[in-house]
Design a protein. Structure first.
Length: 506
């Protein structure tokens, strides 16, 4: 199933820098995404279940950091996404915006920086799914190769489901997100009942110095910024929404839901289990079991596991849209934009799934075999943590382009910017300065502080920094190589047309 090219024109300098995908996608892809769909997609693509347990390590300061990261990073990202989405409500989001405002090369670079980490992070979500299965349902899977095969199975199932009819998959995601909210409600209810019944809080919230930000807990800022990253992701499908009003509405409701969920979960963990819960990835399930019993705990575990699988589905089709529009715009080979009978970019989804499976096989099966000293499981964990941290850094760089694009729009065509401005300039400037500053601090923070006790800080920074640099070099050269391959396809197609014309004349 193919596309034909048609490029819109406009009097504005920015509007004239349009892409073929802007007109092709609305003509071919069904406009079926409303506010509820986009809100569900937003919530599950941002939500990080391990956030509450990780943050609990610093006590009441966890809530301070959640609010600090929300004010300095999450809210600016929401503002920048809403403004750019209103300026250019087209498929591809950051890729499209950067093309119009900075140029074609940087659009592919920023798009790659947004796309590539999610391929690796999909593996971490499947890993979390398997971890819950191991503990809650006593599934075994105690050695790395067994875990790796189970993760691959989850990724492959997610990839296959993502190629189904889009409306069906979106309905499934809406249901799974509803289950996630049920699980969150059970966790919050458990904490309230625990305190109402007269139990003492496991954390002394009245110890005001424990709420402070300081050198001893500053590593938490970077970790919690990652819990808010990816606000523009659902707008990769902006060409398929039912109207531009959906953009602002889903960002508003989705942003509120994410903040409330994080605060509820973190408060519950701190109140019932306290800082020691940081070492227990299933702390939220244990809270429900402690207060409400085994059956509600099983329900909570299933609800959280449903959110992990929903996120894999969302990542599959949200970020496959980046490959699709790049194929339409001749930035990637045409195979990237090929649709199946359900009008879904199946080739792109299969390619992403294959990469995630390949990474999992390397991290959980091949790498442990190469461990010369020490535990194979520890070596696998080290590789896994370093790769996830490097992917997160690349994703942070892509987030910085939200604010760079805003500045570029203001400088390039101020008249067009003022015509489509939805917020006062002081608020926009706050989002730009605060957002860029938070991205910079997050990069420094992630390089300086190790994510695992298996790797000391003095070794962590150059391992993560080196891998991040490799990822960025790959993204830079991918833009050149992909464009050359697409150009060759165009030349070959043109030569074929010429030969056909000569044969017809003869």
């Amino acid at each position: 199933m193919g596309f034909s090219e048609q490029t819109p024109t406009s009097a504005s300098e920015i509007a004239q820098n349009a892409l073929p995908s802007e007109t092709l996608v609305p003509r071919v892809m069904p406009r079926i995404l409303g506010t509820r769909d986009m809100t569900a997609m937003f919530v599950v693509s941002i939500y990080l279940a391990s956030c509450a347990t990780t943050a609990a390590a610093v006590g009441p300061a966890a809530i301070t950091y959640l609010l600090l990261a929300a004010i300095t990073f999450f809210v600016p990202c929401l503002i920048a996404t809403a403004q750019l989405g209103s300026l250019f409500p087209y498929e591809g989001a950051l890729y499209n915006w950067t093309h119009r405002l900075i140029g074609g090369y940087w659009s592919f670079f920023s798009g790659f920086c947004a796309w590539f980490p999610c391929v690796l992070i999909a593996s971490s979500l499947a890993d979390l799914f398997v971890s819950y299965t191991q503990v809650v349902f006593h599934a075994g899977l105690t050695v790395p190769w067994q875990q790796g095969l189970a993760i691959c199975a989850i990724l492959i199932i997610g990839g296959l489901v993502s190629t189904w009819r889009f409306r069906l998959v979106q309905n499934l995601i809406n249901v799974l997100v509803g289950l996630m909210l049920v699980g969150t409600a059970l966790i919050g209810l458990s904490a309230v009942i625990w305190l109402v019944e007269g139990h003492h809080s496991a954390t002394n919230f009245a110890n005001w110095p424990a709420w402070n930000v300081g050198p001893g807990n500053f590593a938490m800022f970077g970790l919690l910024v990652f819990a808010y990253i990816g606000t523009e992701g659902p707008l990769n499908l902006a060409g398929e929404i039912t109207g531009c009003h959906v953009i602002k509405r889903h960002l508003l409701w989705g942003g509120i839901l994410i903040l409330v969920i994080y605060l509820f979960n973190t408060f519950a963990v701190l109140a019932v289990q306290g800082p020691p819960a940081a070492n227990n990835p299933l702390a939220m399930v244990d809270i429900v079991e402690t207060v409400l019993g085994k059956v509600p705990a099983y329900i909570t575990a299933l609800c959280l596991m449903s959110s992990f699988f929903a996120t894999i589905l969302v990542y599959n089709y949200v970020y496959a849209r980046l490959l699709m529009v790049a194929g339409i715009d001749r930035r990637l080979p045409r195979a990237a934009c090929k649709l199946n009978k359900h009008y879904v970019p199946a080739n792109a989804i299969i390619f992403q799934t294959a990469l995630a499976v390949g990474f999992t096989i390397f991290a959980f099966i091949v790498a442990p075999l190469a461990a010369l000293n020490g535990s194979a499981a520890d070596f696998s964990s080290e590789i896994y943590n370093v790769s996830q941290a490097a992917a997160a850094l690349v994703w942070t760089i892509s987030a910085a382009f939200l604010f760079i694009d805003l500045v570029a729009c203001y400088l390039r065509d101020r008249h067009y910017f003022w015509q489509h401005r939805i917020l006062p300039m002081p608020i926009l400037w706050f989002s730009i300065i605060s957002g860029l500053g938070s991205c910079f601090l997050t990069i420094i923070d992630t390089l300086l502080f190790s994510w695992t006790p298996l790797i000391p800080n003095m070794h962590w920074w150059y391992l993560v920094g080196s891998l991040t640099l490799i990822f960025l070099i790959i993204s830079a050269f991918s833009s050149i190589l992909a464009r050359s391959e697409a150009t060759w396809e165009e030349i070959r197609s043109a030569l074929g047309d010429t030969q056909k014309q000569k044969a017809y004349r003869q």
